[in-house]
Write a protein of this length. Structure first.
Length: 225
């Protein structure tokens, strides 16, 4: 049965070493005696002792029971070192948790404050992005309106069949895909084509063809007699 001795500060409780019947084997095992020291060193020494015991078991020097005691000893040392309360490891002193909380409290508060400041900065950046997007939209709309004004001014002088016509943009900044490039092409448009043209620019597309053509000419800036 394993027992423990009171450790010095910073070390683990010690378990009693298991013995074997064979004196020569015992001497070899005693070379890995469990000495008071840091946990990782004690774990390594216990593992080495178990490895030697396994080799002795394989050649018939020790019994299964004696090897089992060494395995149990290694487990006890390992559990002891990593803090298994069932083995009897000393708990941290009562002052430890409050002291850690007091030490980490200011750091935690500063981290929380930093998180809040970062959140505020992110919100401000999001607002700036939204404002910039709105400004870009307004600038794009202004560009579209200026382009339409310029196109209408050029279309106002179109009188002959081969005079060029300049396309306009709709509310989405898009030209009509088959915008007529000359006055002749405009006058050759079919009823469905004129309806599609008017719908593209958000203009009422019903009526007879002459009415539709009149609306298109007026919209693109042509002079109507």
């Amino acid at each position: 049965t394993s027992s423990f001795t009171q450790p010095e500060e910073g070390y683990c409780i010690m378990a009693v070493l298991p013995n074997v019947t064979d004196a020569h084997a015992q001497a070899l095992l005693d070379a890995t005696e469990d000495v008071l020291g840091p946990p990782m060193i004690r774990i390594a020494r216990a593992a080495k002792r178990t490895k030697i015991a396994l080799e002795m078991l394989q050649i018939g020097v020790i019994t299964e029971e004696e090897f089992g005691e060494h395995r149990a000893f290694e487990d006890a040392v390992t559990a002891n070192a990593v803090g298994d309360p069932a083995i009897g490891v000393l708990a941290p002193p009562a002052w430890f948790a409050p002291a850690m909380a007091a030490a980490l409290g200011p750091v935690t508060n500063r981290l929380d404050n930093m998180d809040n400041r970062l959140d505020n900065m992110n919100n401000r950046l999001d607002n700036m992005d939204n404002r910039l997007d709105n400004m870009n939209d307004r600038l794009n709309n202004m560009d579209n309106r200026l382009q339409n004004i310029e196109a209408r001014q050029k279309n106002a002088v179109a009188n002959e069949n081969m005079d060029p016509l300049h396309p306009l943009l709709n509310a989405d900044g898009l030209e009509f895909p088959t915008f007529p490039r000359t006055l002749q092409m405009l006058q050759a448009m079919t009823g469905p084509q004129m309806t599609a043209f008017l719908n593209h620019y958000g203009i009422q597309g019903g009526g007879v063809n002459t009415v539709k053509l009149h609306r298109i000419k007026k919209f693109i800036g042509m002079r109507i007699a």
